[in-house]
Design a protein around this ligand. Sequence first.
Ligand SMILES: *[C@@H]1O[C@H](CO)[C@@H](O)[C@H](O)[C@H]1NC(C)=O
Ligand SMILES: *[C@@H]1O[C@H](CO)[C@@H](O)[C@H](O)[C@H]1NC(C)=O
Ligand SMILES: *[C@@H]1O[C@H](CO)[C@@H](O)[C@H](O)[C@H]1NC(C)=O
Length: 262
Amino acid sequence: MDLASLLLSQLLLLPVVTVVSGETAAHPGYAHAEEACSGMLEAEAEKATVLVPAPERREEFDGGRIVDISHYYREDMPEWESSEGSGEFLQLARSMRNGSDIANFSELRLTAHSGTHVDAPGHVFEHYYDTGFDVDTLDLAVLNGPALLVDVPRDKNITADVMASLNIPKGVRRVLFRTLNTDRKLMWKKEFDTSYVGFMKDGAQWLVDNTDIKLVGVDYLSVGAFDECIPAHLVFLEKRGWCEDPIIWSWASADPIDTNMS
Ligand SMILES: *[C@@H]1O[C@H](CO)[C@@H](O)[C@H](O)[C@H]1NC(C)=O
Ligand SMILES: *[C@@H]1O[C@H](CO)[C@@H](O)[C@H](O)[C@H]1NC(C)=O
Ligand SMILES: *[C@@H]1O[C@H](CO)[C@@H](O)[C@H](O)[C@H]1NC(C)=O
């Protein structure tokens, strides 16, 4: 896995066109958004020689046609099977402050499964790994476009029965499954939590057999529930070599999405 997957994970811009119930709040994805929008802190402004307004962190572009729902990377973002979070993943390797450098160069050190990410077919199949099925082989046309946001029952993992009960119409290609993970704000907790909600193997099989879904998004670090994590992945990624199976995407966002968009 390489940097490409990280970059790709940040390029996932999905307009969410249809929503099946849920939160009413807008999506204030960035906890510090207000502070950032109001400009520099006074003390900092006094010290600065040139006053530059703080950047605006946007999640909506083109009047809401494009919504960036990727998760904001933080040091206390959870990592798979770790209680430590992501740690100091971003470092300024070379700094303009030194005088000798003409630019700032930052260095990223992060697993490819951090935050919002897509799984490469080679993630769970050695023959795909060996033949080079990395994230670069995924179809960008599948990764970008209108998506259906679906709320799943909060008291179950995503089983075949749950999938059948959702009545997702034929023809829908991209679905974000919003679960109890979002309610529990799991992406904002540093400690990895094995009780997150995800697909059970039979739920994954039901999706492959009965829907036209080609992009599956789940709101935590894995598409498969912890107890059936690998079996669910195997179902989803099995035919990847023929590009028939859904792309699985850990949307990993705990940010509520504005449900008034349509
Ligand atoms: C220049 O800055 C980098 C990053 O802050 C630091 O690691 C390095 O030691 C500095 N070099 C000097 C000569 O100060
Ligand atoms: C470069 O890094 C320094 C920290 O060493 C920071 O204060 C400065 O704003 C950065 N410059 C640019 C152009 O980003
Ligand atoms: C989902 O499955 C996990 C085990 O993978 C379990 O700990 C959790 O309680 C289940 N969640 C629900 C809502 O049933």
